[in-house]
Design a binder for this molecule. Sequence first.
Ligand code: FE2
Length: 240
Amino acid sequence: MKLCDLHTHLLPGVDDGATSMEYALQMLRNAAASDVALLAVTPHCNRPCEKRNYLDGSLRERFLQLQQAAKDIPVDLVLGGEVLVDEQLPQLLRQKKIPTINGSRYLLTEFPVDATPGFFQDMLQSTLELGYIPLIAHPERYLSVCQMPQIVVPWLDMGCHLQLTGGSIMGEYGKTVQRTAVYLLQQDFVACVASDAHGLHHRSNFLMDVYDHLSLRYSKQYAQCLMYETPMGICCDNDI
Ligand SMILES: [Fe+2]
């Protein structure tokens, strides 16, 4: 079994994830122990009052330092970002300031938790018009989606995709989020499941439990699709 984790806060010192290189390496060993073969580091990007983590030399340099430090750990690394969607995003995309997953068309997008249905629709549309494919991070945690999960259908019809967080499926974010996550899985609305790991314990990147749960509850094939085949396709910029 091999897994691919497309959403982690593992690049040290740039957001609320790994606090040091040593801690990042421990997280990576944790990923390797969980059979993760490829992992995207996706620092928070475009968040106000925080490091913006736009795509520039400094971000690439930090990524190369991590790759170098982790060369003995059997996990391939790619660079991405988890971009907060706001009115400035289209302009930032035109300026090529936003890191996509491994330089692909796929953009891991985070919305404000209370984003309105109209805001989702407008911003997803403008992102698609610029040639990017939104991979919507943890839809199960947004209020609009919890209240009316069918809201995602037009987003999928437009060509967007959904990334669930493993912890949501396992109940780490409460019953409402878990119920929403299960509904999205049962409807086959989900492209991939990732860790959104911020550390070794709470919100960890040990994904094996999630894989086992999905295998038992649904099927091995579904788990493999959600946690390896489709995320690998995204990394390779394939149509999924
Ligand atoms: Fe995240």
